[in-house]
Each structure stands twice: as C-alpha cells, then as structure tokens.
Design a protein around this ligand. Structure first.
Ligand code: URP
Ligand code: ZN
Ligand code: ZN
Length: 480
C-alpha cells in the first residue's frame, strides 16, 4: 500500500522544507521533490498546507475505572476523536487497584486496547509497593516495552502513594532505566482541605478548586523532584498547572537535574472561573485535578513552554458524562475528576501558540509530538516526518478555522470544555500507518488497526548507576 502526499511543506521540529512525502506499507519511504512513484499509488494533494508528524498525546485515560465509574471514551472512541484532531498515538495509563499485581492489570488494559484504531503505548502506575510490584516492574521493562511508571501523590485512600513507597519505586525505576512520572499534589493536604470545606458547608464544585490551591501542587512537585535528585532518577511531572509547580522544575533544570514537565492545553486556556459557574452541571463538568487556574498561572506556563522548561503538551483525556459527574451533586469530593480534550489539543495549541506568535510551527511540532517521542524513547520512529519513520502524518491547514462544539466533536462526552471557541489551525487530513483516516470531514477508522508500541528502557546515565548503588536502598518496605 503506497501513498504520496504532494504539494505540502514538511515541518519537523528541526527543519522546514518544501517536499513531497511518499509512504509505503505504513512507513515513510521518501521525502523530497519529484519522487518517482509506481502507478497505482494513492496521491493526495496537500494544497500548500503543512505536513507535520502525527500528534502524540502522552497522557490519556481510556475506559479507566476511576472514582466509582468508568471513563466514557473507550480505546476505540477516544483515539478516533484524537485522529480527527491530528493525534495519531496515545500513551495511556495502566492503573492497577493497589491490591492487584501490575502484571494482572497490564493484561486487562492490553485486552481493552485491542480495539484501538491507532497506535498506543502504556505507562504503568505504581499504586502499592511489595516484592511482586518490584518484580513486575522488571518484567514490564524487560519483556513488555514499558519505560515509564506513574506515581500519584494525591487521591488519598485510593491510588495515592506515600513517600516511602514512592522513593522505593523511584529507585527501582532508576535501576531499570525507566522514567518516573508523577501526579504532583499533596494528597494529605487536599484531604484535610476537603474536610474543612465540607465542615463549612461548601459542598458544590467550588470546593474542588478551593481544596487544591497551587501551593498543594507546588509542594508535591518540589518534593518529588528532590527525592528524584537524591536517587539520581529522571523524573517527568505530568499536568503542571501553575507557577508553584513550574518553579521547582525550572530550578532543578537550571541545576542540571533531568526533570521534564508536561502541560495540558486546557490549563493554558480555561481559567478557574469555570469552577464557580452558576449552572452546577457545567461547573461539575470542569472538575479535574489539578484544577483550572487563574490567568496569572496561564502566563507563567506559556513562559515555561517558550523557555523550554516544559517539553510536552497532553490532554489528560479522562471523560465523564453529566450523569457520571452527578455522582458528586451533593458532595464535590465525589465528582469523578477529569475532562475530555484529546480532539482539540492540537488546534487549540496552534491557535493560542502559533497564531498569537508565541511559538513557531517547528516549536509546535516539538511540543505536540517530537519531544514526547524523545522523552519516551520512540524517536524517530514517531514524532518525525523522515525516511524510516512510521507514516503517522497530518496535513495541517494553518488557515482553516472551526468552532469547537459538543455538537460536532467525536469524543464520547456530552460536554466540551472549549465550547464555542473559534480556532484557527486544523487537521485537514490525518494519516495513520500510511492510510488516510480523517479527511477533514469523515473518520475512516478501523477497530483494531492500532498497534502496541514498545518503548525500550534508557541506557544508564554516566555515574547514575554507581551513585544509586552507593545509596544501598533496602528493597522491601518496613511494615513495622
Ligand atoms: O482529573 C484528572 N486529571 N483525572 C485523571 C486522573 C489524573 O489525575 O490524571
Ligand atoms: Zn493526574
Ligand atoms: Zn491523568
């Protein structure tokens, strides 16, 4: 199967060139001008638009059991919506119940993901610590293409990990050549502030934002980064939403520590007023963690992105419909946390980043695909339009505009957090494994076409192995 994309400008993170792109059997076979192609090849005209690597969303939650319900987008519907927005690969999360072995949860997620229409990979959350967890981390990295483990410092009483277990897992990641990823919020502080709100009679969605102030996130980000520093473990902070969490990342990176930061596009655009909306259903629809922040924090995050302190953009796509959100109608702590955002991530980021002059098109590519591919060790198979890379490509029309709406989106959720927003910059065509799956109007996706993408572990950083050995961290948790 072969496809020629003619008449576009190829934009990679590192260069821009006027070139055609020829794909054969799901791979990019040639990039250049006047490419000779056999008769019978499909030809599409990019019409002068940009030809960019397919977006990689490194943070999604498809059909996740969470807070007493299950996210409404599954591994078919969610990634399909992503394809309509130009995202051709997701990295989702296996999140084991703390009593379940990671390898058992792994099997469930692998089975669920068999229906995916586009490529995917998994981070695995460490929600408990014991010898089986330690063993399974080794099996997952050695035999199953996992190179990143997630740690929740919040969601007390559910999946939160206290420091002792967290640092053992960090040390194990370091030993295995895997990346520690962290949801940074101080779960004890959140829990205490939630109780305080409820005692004061604050039961509505405004209690959510008031119990998760920026300091709570900043404290946890700083703690995780300092623990990682002592253990010499590379660390990636997910959904950095505020200045308070950005600052420790900036400080650590300036000091040479291997720290990465991810930003959600919705945290750059939507402000904290949504938590106070008069319509309680709309306010509940915006409940996610960390919550939306004031414009002052948006400005700080943009600076962090422009200066290179934050390297990736994600959606944290975690959809719950109104009836699910209503589980917390009487008590905000019971509102399932999460918003839907996979479909509009690229358009909103282009509109707010490139259209406003904050970013170049090359930086846009770096922040929507290439740097995620590099950090999670799948570059240049993914994240580049170059010979040998997977033919996951987007024909990106920088001049097209559309108005985002629940009426037209493909996400399986009855709300859109960007409702009514007019954006410039759209996926005119999305190509997955060398096949057009979105033509700007219709999705042409196949259940199960997606493949699991192995992500190999990282080679030891010079000095890191010796240093971690010298720490002699006891492996088993002291249960006394
Ligand atoms: O509110 C959110 N972000 N829900 C998904 C789980 C998480 O914390 O990433
Ligand atoms: Zn999180
Ligand atoms: Zn998440």
């Amino acid at each position: 199967m072969s496809l020629l994309i003619r008449g576009g400008t190829v934009v990679n993170a590192d260069e821009t060139q006027r070139a055609d792109v020829y794909c054969v059997d799901g791979k990019i076979a040639a990039v250049g001008e006047n490419i000779e192609i056999p008769s019978g090849s499909e030809v599409i005209d990019a019409g002068g638009a940009l030809v960019i690597p397919g977006g990689i969303d490194p943070h999604t939650h498809m059909e996740l059991p969470f807070m007493g319900t299950v996210t409404s987008d599954d591994f078919f519907s969610g990634p399909s919506a992503g394809l309509a927005g130009g995202t051709t690969m997701i990295i989702d999360f296996v999140i084991p119940d703390p009593e379940v072995r990671p390898m058992e949860a792994w099997k469930v997620w692998r089975e669920n993901a068999k229906k995916a229409p586009s490529d995917y990979s998994f981070h695995v959350a460490i929600t408990n610590w014991n010898e089986q967890v330690e063993e399974d981390m080794g099996i997952l990295t050695r035999d199953h293409g996992v190179n990143s483990f997630k740690h929740f410092m919040a969601y007390k009483g559910a999946i939160m990990l206290y420091d002792e277990k967290l640092l053992r897992s960090f040390a194990r990641c370091q030993e295995l050549g895997a990346l520690c990823t962290v949801h940074a919020e101080n779960g004890d502080l959140v829990w205490m502030l939630q109780r305080e709100m409820l005692n004061q009679g604050i039961t509505g969605p405004e209690g959510h934002v008031q119990s998760r102030p920026p300091e709570v996130e900043g404290e946890a980000a700083n703690r995780a980064i300092r623990i990682a520093q002592v253990l010499n473990a590379p660390i990636y902070i997910v959904h950095v939403s505020c200045k308070d969490a950005l600052e420790p990342i900036m400080r650590a990176r300036r000091a040479g520590q291997r720290v990465y930061g991810e930003c959600l596009v919705q945290h750059l655009v939507v402000d904290d007023s949504v938590h106070y909306l008069k319509d309680a259903q709309s306010a509940r629809a915006h409940v996610m963690s960390p919550p939306f922040r004031s414009k002052e924090h948006h400005a700080a995050l943009w600076e962090g992105i422009q200066a290179g302190f934050l390297q990736t953009t994600a959606s944290d796509h975690c959809c719950f419909c109104a009836d699910q959100k209503a589980m917390g109608a009487e008590d905000f702590t019971k509102i399932p946390n999460g918003t839907g955002a996979i479909e509009d991530r690229m358009s909103v980021f282009w509109d707010q980043g490139v259209e406003t002059g904050k970013l170049t098109a090359n930086e846009f590519v770096a922040l929507t695909s290439s740097q995620a591919a590099q950090i999670f060790n799948i570059y240049p198979r993914k994240g580049a339009v170059r010979v040998g890379s997977d033919a996951d490509i987007v024909v990106w029309d920088p001049d097209a505009s559309r108005t985002i709406s629940v009426q037209t989106h493909h996400q399986n959720i009855d709300y859109n957090i960007y409702e009514g927003m007019k954006v410039k910059g759209c996926a005119a065509k999305t190509i997955s494994q060398g096949k057009v799956v979105w033509n700007g109007k219709d999705l042409m996706v196949n259940k199960g076409a997606g493949r699991f993408i192995n992500r190999p572990t990282f080679p030891p950083v010079f000095g890191a192995v010796e240093r971690s050995r010298s720490l002699k961290i006891p492996r088993s948790v002291d249960r006394s």
